[in-house]
Structures are given as structure tokens and as C-alpha cells.
Design a protein. Sequence first.
Length: 173
Amino acid sequence: MKPQWLDRLAWAAALALPVAFASSGPPLGGAPSPGVVASAAQNGPRTVWDGVYTGEQAKRGEDAYKLSCGYCHRDDLAGGFFDDGTGRAPALAGVRAFDSSFSERWSGRSVGEMLTEIGSIMPLDAPGSLTLPVYTDIIAYLLSKNDAPAGPSELPPDIEALGQIRIGPKPAR
């Protein structure tokens, strides 16, 4: 049985994510707070390159990843063929032989979209079986392994907030 948070997440994503990416219109149909509007106007949209998770959160995510994801995607995130030869798990960090790089796979999407997709299909043998905070920690770990910097605040297990964080190529500094 799917956890209730996954049903709510999929429903919220279907309704909110297209709105969250529009330059006008508030996420989830509610009015954003004036502070959010002012911050976005001053700083532009947040991206994974803005330090959106903590090192401690990435460490928790690494532990959860190794338990729930590492068997198929490998502990080094390199991906590979399944033991039974029926398919392959894509690499989750850097450019690898299978599928695309992390950046190519997720670029132009939000962390909310990433969480929705991962939560609805992974782990392969038990989709949606992890808690929302655990999936969020795993995403923090994936961001860390793809060179996105850690910051002072954790990536929140909140679909609305995650829908506001964009994934894209590393900006030139």
C-alpha cells in the first residue's frame, strides 16, 4: 500500500508544479507571502547551486541511499546492469556510460518534480515505501554527489518549497 504522503505529493505536484514554474501565479493556488515575492524579485529563483541542503542531511541521505538504492544504482552511484540481466539502473552522479548525466536528466526541472518522480517509482521493489523526509535526505545526498554545495538550511520535506528550487547546470562564477 502506498503511503498517504505519496498520494498527497502526487496530487500536489499535478496541481502545483505547473503553477510554481510560471512567472506569475502562486504555487498551490495560494498567494505567496510578501517576503517570498520580495526575495524572488531580488535574488531570482533558487537553484540547487544556492546551498539548499546541509552536509548533515546529505550524510543521512547517504546512509538511506546505501540501504535502499545502492544495490541497483551501486554505492558509488555509477549505476549498472541488474543482476538478472533484465535491465539497468542509471548512474546518479556525473557523466556515466548508462543513460544521461544527472544534469542532463534533471536540468530544467524542480527538486519537487525530482522528489515526486523518485518517490513514485523507487525503490524499484517497493515504490513509495520510504518516508518523505528520507526521500528528501536521499535527494540532498544526490545533490552533494553532483557537486551542488551544502548550505546552512536543510532541504525541507515540503513539496511546495521543493517546487521552488530549480535544477540546472552549474553556473559560471
